[in-house]
Write a protein that binds this ligand. Structure first.
Ligand code: GDP
Ligand code: ZN
Length: 415
């Protein structure tokens, strides 16, 4: 009797569950339908008008001056995908088809662009109709960009267009989180510089730079500087082995003692390299060892400063190397691309951790206290570096919080 009662209750419960599920499904169907309708409307808004009997397209006549230009420009720029095959010759050919000269952006500061144009350094303004709108980025141009320039005075110019990019280093914009900020364009690789000590090596920062490089599809190498301050090279090498095991090139260097400089030089030659690292780790010292006399933080920056009579926040600047290639210094830029990622995506960048995780006894293991946890076991037997696990947990928590916050913000905007 009691059993029968139980069975009935269970049946009822299941019915309720099914109904709730059905409702949820219908709801999401409506949402999907509404989105589709909106998209359709949007598309119609943007369809070009048909020409009338006289062959005149109406929107051309009612468009304000420059508007068609602007839209065409936007369309061109909205191709945020990169063309990996682009070379200097291609950019030159593009410029040759226009009345303008080809320029390379070597510094950007509050709307003023420092560009190298056929051996001259020009400080350029941006043509008024060029905006970042529709590009997916919050900024129009970045160091490394190839641009079309019209010289307007001895050392002044006007930027007419940003040419398609080969690659780029971008990160989530901190205010408009649905957009990206481009930090550097047409980059070949990132060299992460960290000091072994003074400042103390910071693994989480290295992890973040590695993830940023990977998300931006850029090659990367790690340079550990100031190894002269280490107790022994064995300790340094053993500490960095987890990165080497993951397949990253790790260069041990001492700018002071001239160690590892040849390797750094080889790595930089002929490439466009973003230098990533906290201030004080020895980036300038390393570059000076690679090329004596090279100055990282002068040149165009100070020129721009004195000219405009105000201090500008330096974002990034490019320094050419005599042996070919160039480096891009990014002072003050700590976040190179972890932000904006879904927290669940993070594990993709921790294959060492994932290799352990799949062997945990429970699929929902939190790796804190459960029996049969392969992650804790991996840490104990040295297969997994404890700091890799710690970095993962820290980053996951940060991303989780960020994800929650940006979703809240998005909802607020919608209302
Ligand atoms: P940056 O801010 O990354 O460009 O760092 P700097 O090149 O300005 O170097 C910061 C400080 O670290 C300076 O006082 C350098 O003399 C010192 N330094 C740089 N490389 C080494 C090194 O290999 N060993 C030691 N002991 N000190 C170094
Ligand atoms: Zn576990």
């Amino acid at each position: 009797m009691a059993n029968k009662h139980k069975k009935k209750r269970k049946q009822k419960l299941r019915q309720q569950q099914r109904k709730a599920h059905q409702e949820k499904q219908n709801q999401s169907k409506t949402i999907r339908h509404n989105t589709a309708v909106n998209q359709e409307k949007h598309r119609i808004d943007w369809q070009p008008l048909e020409p009338n009997e006289d062959g005149i397209v109406a929107d051309r006549r009612i468009m304000p001056r420059d508007e068609r230009d602007r839209r065409e420009g936007l369309l061109e720029k909205s191709q945020t995908t990169f063309n990996e095959l682009l070379t200097d010759a291609d950019w030159q050919a593009m410029a040759n088809k226009t009345p303008f000269e080809l320029g390379k952006v070597i510094h950007v500061s509050r709307g003023l662009i420092g560009a190298e144009v056929n051996g001259r350094k020009l400080i350029c303004d941006t043509r008024g109709i060029l905006t970042a709108e529709g590009t997916g980025y919050t900024n129009i141009t970045a160091v490394g960009d190839r641009i079309l320039v019209e010289q307007t005075a001895d050392d002044r110019g006007l930027m007419h267009q940003v040419l398609p990019r080969r690659s780029g280093l971008a990160r989530m914009d901190s205010f408009q989180t649905y957009l990206k900020q481009i930090i550097a364009a047409n980059v070949d690789q990132i060299l992460i510089v960290s000091a072994w000590r003074d400042p103390q090596i910071w693994f989480q920062m290295i992890d973040e730079y590695l993830i940023g490089a990977s998300r931006n599809n850029l090659k990367v190498a790690i340079c550990i500087n100031k190894v002269d301050l280490a107790e022994s090279m064995e300790v340094v090498e053993a500490t960095l082995r987890p990165y080497a095991n993951l397949g990253y090139e790790v260069i041990f260097a001492s700018a002071e003692q001239g160690m590892g400089i040849d390797t750094v030089r080889q790595r930089l030659q002929g490439k466009t390299t973003v230098l990533a690292g906290l201030s004080g780790v020895g980036k300038s010292s390393l570059l000076n060892a690679v090329q004596p006399g090279l100055q990282l933080r002068t040149g165009v920056v100070s020129e721009l400063k004195s000219r405009e009579g105000r201090h500008t926040t330096t974002q990034a600047m490019m320094v050419p190397l005599a042996m070919g290639g160039e480096v891009i210094d990014t002072p003050g830029i700590k976040d190179m691309g972890v932000s904006g990622m879904h927290p669940d995506e993070l594990i993709l960048f921790y294959p060492d951790l994932e290799a352990c995780m799949v062997n945990c006894r429970f699929s929902d293991c939190t790796h804190a206290h459960e029996p049969g946890c392969a992650v804790r076991e991996g840490v104990e037997n040295g297969r997994l570096a404890p700091w890799r696990l710690k970095n993962y947990v820290n980053l996951f928590e940060r991303l989780d919080e960020e994800f929650f916050e940006t979703n809240l913000r998005k909802k607020k905007v919608r209302r």
